[in-house]
Design a protein. Structure first.
Length: 360
């Protein structure tokens, strides 16, 4: 009975293809080997599946993950951090960062993230390449699979996997990204103070970003695909009552124009097919973000768009021992400094949790 339970446990942690192979081998194995031998094989396979045990596992290497790593290291939690496919996170694809405190002259995004990494490593965080590809939070210790291969057991897990901006998918948008094309008005609007800019989107975030830009820029050209906006009534009213926001209804973006930097945007009215070229210095895309939370969806409570829900005022999720920080749980602020702040919260919450459980 014990051996069967072990075998079932073992199957729980492996991919379907592996389970089929094991099942096919099971019948001849049963005939060939004694139960004792089978038990030894089971134990060996199980050791392969759970190949490492760690105290605190941090998933993600943006401002949230690295800050969690700094605090967790200094609290002697011996954190292991997996960087994911974008070591350093979203700021590695931007140029100047002017709003992160402590850099009076501003700093390039990639350089700032190197500083984060260096500081976390100096405190003793074990920083590794690798992607979390699956989790099993059904019991404690928590299980996280890395690169579809090895499984790690962790007493506490901090999720800091961020969110990705959605783009229109135009080649010119990609080419001029960071040269006037941006997905963050709060981050980059200041660089276009006193200039004309365009923004595409029609939801609450787009409305909020258009209003933010209207206080810095001379004219904000707002491109809306339909003849209505998705934004709440109050936000729509604020947009429509702001003198320097000009809304283009039924408008599709054809192309962002410019050689080295954004110079204009060409749109087509999808009812009349009329084309208009609007001279602008920047093009903001505000059509939404996608939180990188897919692998957690069977275990962690999320809102309808995939943002992880945390208990207000904490980084705690619905699963004991699992904490979330940064953009993956923040659909409102989405800034490096707020991500870092919540990374600190997650490490402190993890430390308290481990202390209460006698694991630290
Ligand atoms: C172009 C641009 C410019 C910006 N400019 C500014 C600015 O000037 N100032 C500012 O304050 N904010 C700015 N922001 C916003 C800022 O970058 C984010 O708010 C911040 O990076 C969020 O930090 P985070 O740690 O939550 O996530 P992210 O920075 O998104 O990092 C997420 C990390 O998780 C990792 N990851 C994801 N999935 C997995 C997985 N399955 N396994 C392992 N790792 C995983 C990724 O590899 C990445 O390292 C900008 C954003 C963009 C896109």
């Amino acid at each position: 009975m014990v051996r069967w339970v072990r075998f079932a446990d073992m199957l729980h942690g492996i991919r379907p293809s592996q389970s089929i192979k094991l099942f096919i081998f099971w019948i001849p194995l049963k005939k060939l080997f004694s139960r004792t031998l089978l038990s030894i094989i089971s134990i060996q396979l199980m050791e392969k599946i759970i190949s490492e045990k760690v105290n605190c596992l941090i998933i993600g290497s943006g401002p949230a993950g690295y800050t969690a790593a700094i605090y967790a290291s200094r609290a002697n939690l011996k954190p292991v951090l997996y960087q994911g496919i974008q070591p350093g996170g979203q700021l590695t694809i931007t140029t100047e960062v002017e709003n992160y405190p402590g850099y009076p002259d501003g700093i390039q995004g990639p350089e700032m993230m190197q500083h984060f990494e260096k500081q976390a490593a100096r405190m003793g965080a074990d920083i590794r390449y690798g992607l979390a590809t699956a989790v099993d939070f059904s019991s404690h210790p928590l299980k996280v699979q890395i690169d579809e291969e090895k499984w790690i057991e962790a007493n506490a897990v901090i999720i800091s996997t961020g969110a990705s901006a959605k783009w229109l998918g135009l080649p010119s948008e990609q080419r001029l990204n960071g040269h006037g094309v941006s997905a963050c008005a709060v981050c980059d609007g200041f660089f276009f103070k006193g200039k004309e800019v365009a923004i595409v989107g029609a939801g609450d975030t787009a409305a909020e970003e258009a209003l933010y830009l209207s206080k810095l820029c001379t004219t904000v050209h707002m491109i809306v695909r339909k003849d209505t906006m998705r934004a709440s009534k109050i936000m729509q009213e604020r947009v429509l009552n702001t003198g320097n926001i000009k809304v283009y209804w039924n408008a599709e973006t054809d192309e962002v124009l410019g050689d080295q930097k954004v110079e204009a945007v060409r749109i087509t009215n999808n009812k009349t097919q009329e084309k208009t070229t609007i001279p602008v210095s920047a093009f903001f895309v505000a059509i939404g973000h996608k939180p990188n939370s897919d692998i957690f969806k069977d275990w962690i409570d999320m809102d309808e768009t995939g943002y992880i829900k945390t208990i207000p005022g904490t980084s705690k999720t619905n699963v004991e021992g699992v904490f979330a920080s940064g953009d993956v749980q923040d659909k409102i602020y989405r800034q490096a400094v707020t991500a870092a702040g919540s990374g600190c919260m997650a490490a402190l919450d993890a430390e308290r949790f481990l202390g209460e459980k006698g694991l630290h």
